[in-house]
Write a protein that binds this ligand. Structure first.
Ligand code: AMP
Ligand code: MN
Ligand code: MN
Ligand code: MN
Length: 277
């Protein structure tokens, strides 16, 4: 059986551990024929991924994952099929990355107070110079022995209420969807089950996203359980969203999902790729 398209992955351009070339090559070996590179707030890996995809016979979908603040929460919006040279999108992503740079300095100051004085340089050593995020701090703190793995570091230091956490002010939902649409792409709500929304907040998010021109939600996600898949397939039908599928792969260290292992979309869903050439 041909694996499902994988429309949500990361490279070293943001917080993945494989270079775009390594990622695309690994996907090809795993049998993935359609792959989207969706790094956090950057398209810096797209050109390299595209070049490699051509040589290994993968259809590469240019993508991005944009952080959004919605009612005080962080929501991730994936853009698929974007023109990665679009200037409106690029200017928007620059403001996101400026916030990331500022936030990294704030995080470092907070981590200094709990015994990690050189966390900024430490995190930067794990980042590529374009995007810095919490994962880079987490990898540095693991190397320092602060906790055994990235997950535990998030729990102990990097989530709300913990010493390294800095509240985030990302762009808003409408603006992010507009950047994606202006760049010719389709907007997708990433891993919707992760936000732990009440039914009423979920409907509100889906309605606002729909009005903004959002097209799809991830029904299949590396972070969705079987129940989540079933539930979000139904919500997609209810809100007339197309369904997307993505592993949210960050590298082979991530134990719970490997490229080429995504389950098929439930039959009731219309896949976002149904009219792709
Ligand atoms: P940022 O966009 O810099 O705030 O970081 C968000 C990223 O951190 C996500 O895309 C994940 O890669 C990672 N992340 C978030 N929460 C966790 C967690 N609990 N355990 C491991 N990684 C996480
Ligand atoms: Mn990430
Ligand atoms: Mn995400
Ligand atoms: Mn992601």
């Amino acid at each position: 059986m041909i694996p499902s398209p994988d429309l949500h992955t990361h490279s070293t351009a943001s917080d993945g551990t494989l270079t775009p070339t390594q990622l695309v090559t690994r996907a090809a070996v795993a049998g993935v024929r359609v792959l989207a590179l969706t790094d956090h707030d950057t398209v810096a890996g797209i050109d390299e991924a595209q070049l490699t995809a051509t040589t290994v016979g993968v259809k590469l979908i240019a993508g991005v994952e944009i952080s959004v603040t919605w009612l005080g929460r962080t929501i991730h919006i994936v853009g698929l099929g974007i023109d990665s040279n679009n200037s409106t999108l690029e200017h928007g992503l620059i403001t996101q990355r400026q916030f990331r740079t500022w936030r990294a300095e704030e995080m470092a100051q907070r981590l200094a107070k709990v015994g990690y004085p050189d966390a900024l340089a430490g995190a930067q050593a794990y980042a590529n110079g374009v995007v810095i995020g919490r994962t880079h701090f987490a990898r540095f703190l693991v190397a320092r022995g602060a906790a055994p793995d990235v997950r535990s570091i998030f729990k102990r230091f990097l989530v709300a209420g913990k010493p390294g956490y800095v509240p985030s002010e990302w762009t808003d939902l409408m603006t992010a969807v507009n950047w994606i649409k202006t760049a010719g792409g389709q907007a997708v709500i990433a891993h919707p089950a992760r936000y732990q929304l009440t039914a009423s907040k979920r409907r509100q998010l889906f309605n606002e996203f729909s009005r903004a021109g959002g097209r799809a939600i991830e029904v299949i996600s590396g972070s969705h359980s079987r129940d989540d898949v079933f539930n979000y397939a139904n919500y997609a039908a209810e809100h007339q969203f197309l369904a997307s599928a993505g592993s949210d792969y960050h590298g082979p260290e991530q134990p719970w999902i490997e490229l080429g292992q995504l389950p098929a979309l439930p039959a009731c869903c219309t896949p976002i790729w149904h009219d792709w050439q």
